[in-house]
Design a binder for this molecule. Structure first.
Ligand SMILES: NC(=O)C1=CN([C@@H]2O[C@H](COP(=O)(O)OP(=O)(O)OC[C@H]3O[C@@H](n4cnc5c(N)ncnc54)[C@H](O)[C@@H]3O)[C@@H](O)[C@H]2O)C=CC1
Ligand SMILES: N[C@@H](CC=O)C(=O)O
Ligand code: NA
Length: 450
């Protein structure tokens, strides 16, 4: 970390400091505390007043934290701490006590900066309303795609445009795991352990690998993009725990890579009313697609808007330092409001579009079947797809050598666009066919048009 530099406008600073309380001193909190301390001169110049760190709430005192801060700032009494701050930075994570502490901070007139997507996706509207009632800010840039400036561009820069689609990789841990499986052949468990050690994973990595973290982020993105309240329960969620080494190899054979995608897009229901579709699931992407080249814990998000066209946001999506960068950007913004008055834009949920059921969502599929290798098999399988109105784009067959000498084969069917309901019904019927040993893998195929 570089030495602190005094800013150019130091002589014009407000005399009263803006008091900042930090809740949580883990992976992200440690880096926030470091930046608040080591960059205080420049931060003061940008805010127009000094930022005074008035306390750091931790679970246990007495740990050696290797931080250049006065040890007397550490406290286990977060409830008391939030009552004496102008700006509260919440990086504890989880729902409680984070939620109560944020509401308590608002009630005492403090603005809040949080990285907590789980809390925002679970109970965002309560928090936005409480912030508005108390005339304070709630900023959360770090909650989606770590360091990447994405939420403020959606909320402010694109406020005059009409966003039609947001498609991206928004979880660093799962991208790291899938990337390791693809490029080194590493096992799932070992890759998750590495992501934890690097500070990318949530306190409980289940939130990452089961897709909860990405789903929370998708809910936040869809809410902002479509001016509609979307909560975690509205998001169709599938994680990467079912993605096998065989799936990764099958994707490689197709010239594809498997990624966990968050997809938020406008649609239209049977009555012609506009809807939004919000989903998180693993999908095959052609290697030539820009998202396919996103490696390690990096994130990348496409935003498509009617006038702007296609925009791409790319950068570090996890880790202490990158996330602290986004937190600090918000701290400077809300602290400025404390100095000059006013608040930033609050929640915009005027559109209130209905959320489309996953069964109606349309995409392409890659279906891998273990079948008997004998005449008529292909026709029988194709017949089941046809019966459910799922049109086939390509079929590949590979013979498999078995110990018992029985003729078996792997059949790969790639479909044209079909609804999730039609594909599910097709798979169910395929599983009942005598000539099908198993439906070995089903992956959605995305990225034909981006
Ligand atoms: N690590 C990352 O890459 C990113 C994390 N985030 C979010 O940032 C938040 C923090 O994440 P991390 O720093 O990675 O987690 P962490 O688990 O490393 O840190 C959380 C800290 O809060 C402390 N804590 C828990 N309950 C407390 C309480 N009642 N009072 C005071 N301290 C308490 C824990 O002891 C721990 O040190 C979470 O909401 C997470 O989702 C967001 C973007 C990226
Ligand atoms: N656990 C998250 C951290 C950032 O939000 C991830 O892996 O992306
Ligand atoms: Na961000």
């Amino acid at each position: 970390m570089g030495a602190d530099r005094a800013g150019p406008t130091e002589g014009t600073l407000a005399v009263e400091p803006v008091k900042v309380a930090l809740l949580g001193c883990g992976v992200v909190g440690t880096e926030v505390a470091r930046l608040l301390t080591t960059q205080s001169g420049e931060l003061a110049s940008r805010v127009g007043a000094p930022l005074e760190l008035v306390g750091i709430a931790v679970r246990r005192l007495g740990r050696d934290r290797d931080l250049p801060v006065d040890p007397s700032l550490f406290t286990t009494d977060a409830e008391e701490l939030v009552t004496r701050a102008d700006v509260v930075v919440e990086v504890i994570g989880g729902i409680e006590p984070a939620r109560s502490l944020v509401l308590r901070a608002f009630a005492h007139g403090a603005s809040v900066v949080t990285a907590n997507k789980a809390l925002l996706a679970a109970d965002g509207p309560t928090l936005y309303e409480a912030a508005a009632e108390n005339g304070v800010d709630l900023y959360y840039e770090a909650s989606v795609a770590g360091a990447i400036p994405l939420l403020r561009p959606l909320k402010e820069s694109l406020a005059g445009d009409r966003v039609t689609r947001v498609l991206g990789i928004v979880n660093g841990t799962t991208n790291y795991v899938l990337d390791q499986m693809d490029t080194t052949g590493m096992g799932f468990a070992e890759a998750v352990e590495q992501a934890q050690a690097l500070g990318y994973a949530e306190a409980d990595p289940t939130a990452d690998v089961e897709g909860f973290d990405a789903a929370a982020k998708a809910a936040i993105l869809a809410s902002l993009a479509f001016h509609t309240r979307v909560s975690l329960d509205d998001v169709h969620r599938e994680g990467i725990t079912e993605v096998s080494a065989a799936d990764v190899r099958a994707a490689q054979l197709q010239g594809c890579v498997v990624k966990l995608l968050a997809i938020c897009e406008r649609g239209v229901d049977a009555a012609g009313d506009e809807t939004v579709s919000v989903r998180v699931h693993p999908a095959m992407l052609p290697r030539a697609h820009q998202l396919a080249g996103v490696r390690g814990a990096f994130n990348a998000v496409y935003v498509e808007a009617e006038s702007a066209g296609q925009l791409m946001f790319y950068g570090p999506g996890a880790g202490g330092q990158p996330t602290a960068s986004a937190v600090m950007g918000d701290v400077v913004a809300v602290a400025r409001h404390k100095v000059v008055g006013g608040r930033g834009p609050g929640e915009s949920a005027y559109a209130q579009l209905a959320v489309q059921p996953m069964a109606e969502t349309v995409t392409r599929y890659h279906v891998r079947l273990d079948v008997a290798d004998k005449p008529g098999v292909l026709a029988q399988v194709a017949g089941v797809f046809a019966q459910h109105g799922v049109s086939i784009e390509a079929v590949q067959q590979r013979q498999v050598t078995t110990g018992d000498g029985a003729g078996r084969a792997v059949l790969v069917v790639v479909t044209h666009s079909a609804t999730d309901a039609a594909l599910a019904a097709t798979v169910e019927e395929l599983e009942d066919l005598e000539i099908v040993d198993s439906v070995a893998g089903v992956l959605r195929v995305e990225g034909g048009d981006a």
